[in-house]
Structures are given as C-alpha cells and as structure tokens.
Design a protein around this ligand. Structure first.
Ligand code: AMP
Length: 177
C-alpha cells in the first residue's frame, strides 16, 4: 500500500478548528494507530540516518511526540522548545506569529551548544513561523539549523519562503484547506 494513503487515513481532518476557516490536521489519529506511528518514525530515521545532525529540537507539544522516539533511535540529544514560562532554567526566547494568533517560544540556554547542527521538528508546518522562531532561539545559542521537518506540510501557505534556504522535509503534504 502507498505509505501516504495509510498516513492520510490516520490523520483526522477537523473543519473550523480552532476557529472558522481553519482545517485542522489532527495527528492524534497517528498516535493511536501503532503501524502508522511506527511507519512515521521509520521513515524519519531513513530520511536522516546518513545526515550530519548533532541534535533534534522539537516544538511543544505535538512535535515532542515524534521527536522523542526519533532521538532515541538516532542516538542524538533531544532539545525541547517550549511555550514561554514553562522552562525553569535560563532561556533564549522569540515571539512569533501563528497561522492563528501569536505566541512566544523558549529553549534552555544550557541545552544549545555553539556550533552544533540541529534538525528542528514539529508535527505540522503551516506558515513556517513557529519553526522560524525555533531557529531564532537556537541561533541565539550559536547553533546552526541544518534542516526542518514536519510530519505534515501545508506548502500552499508558502512556508519555504519563510524558512529560506534551509531544507524542509515532510512525510505528507496537503494542498488546500
Ligand atoms: P506555523 O507556525 O504557521 O507553521 O504553524 C505550525 C504550528 O501550528 C504547529 O505547531 C501546528 O501544530 C499548528 N498548526 C497550524 N496550522 C495547523 C493546522 N491547519 N492543523 C493542525 N495544526 C496546525
């Protein structure tokens, strides 16, 4: 079976959430489907196992779910990028625009090593604003973002323009809302 057919079936599409006009791609349907979840992690490892990545950074909270098994399989550190006010230590922070609303992300300063090549991951890439804010906080610590990954990509929202030259990879793309 085409891998994307099974992934597509596992992703619930919820119209008008969290506000009218947004089609919400809900990855919780992947998490309750062990073959689909395993397929995601297997394909992520296949994509990156020959790349030079020193660490994976993931966005709270759905990004964590995919990044944790990936980090364990790759044998690399997992850096948590969290919403403002959640991390207890000293942080770097960045405000950014969401597809719906605004927010602020933080990372522990101690978790970012200057010179490291970091892959940044979230469950879904829409406008790219969240991943770009993640790049900002990692660069404040002297790291380099070597790639961006989303389980789901919405390229019609032009995230590549926001994310510039850094390669973006996804497992499945949707072309409308
Ligand atoms: P963006 O910063 O615009 O790329 O938005 C990406 C973030 O918002 C991710 O953390 C997603 O989980 C969430 N998000 C944005 N749009 C959607 C959508 N249509 N369906 C599900 N999640 C979304």
């Amino acid at each position: 079976m085409n891998a994307n057919i099974s992934l597509d079936q596992a992703i619930r599409k919820i119209p008008d959430f969290p506000k009218p006009g947004i089609l919400f791609y809900d990855i919780t349907g992947i998490l309750v489907n062990p073959p689909a979840f395993r397929e995601c992690i297997d394909r992520m490892v296949e994509m990156y196992e020959h790349s030079h990545i020193d660490a994976i950074a993931a966005i709270e909270s759905r990004g964590f779910v995919f990044a944790a098994p990936f980090a364990e399989r790759m044998g690399i550190p997992l850096i948590l990028i969290r919403k403002k006010g959640k991390l207890p230590g000293q942080t770097y922070g960045c405000k950014y625009n969401l597809e719906y609303g605004t927010a602020e992300l933080e990372v522990h300063r101690a978790d970012v090593k200057a010179g490291e090549r970091i892959l940044v991951m979230d469950d879904l890439i829409a406008t790219g604003g969240t991943l770009n804010a993640a790049r900002n906080v990692l660069e404040q610590g002297g790291a380099t973002v070597s790639g961006f990954f989303g389980v789901v990509g919405l390229p019609f929202l032009n995230y590549q323009a926001v994310l510039g030259e850094i390669p973006v990879r996804t497992l499945i793309e949707y072309h409308g809302e």
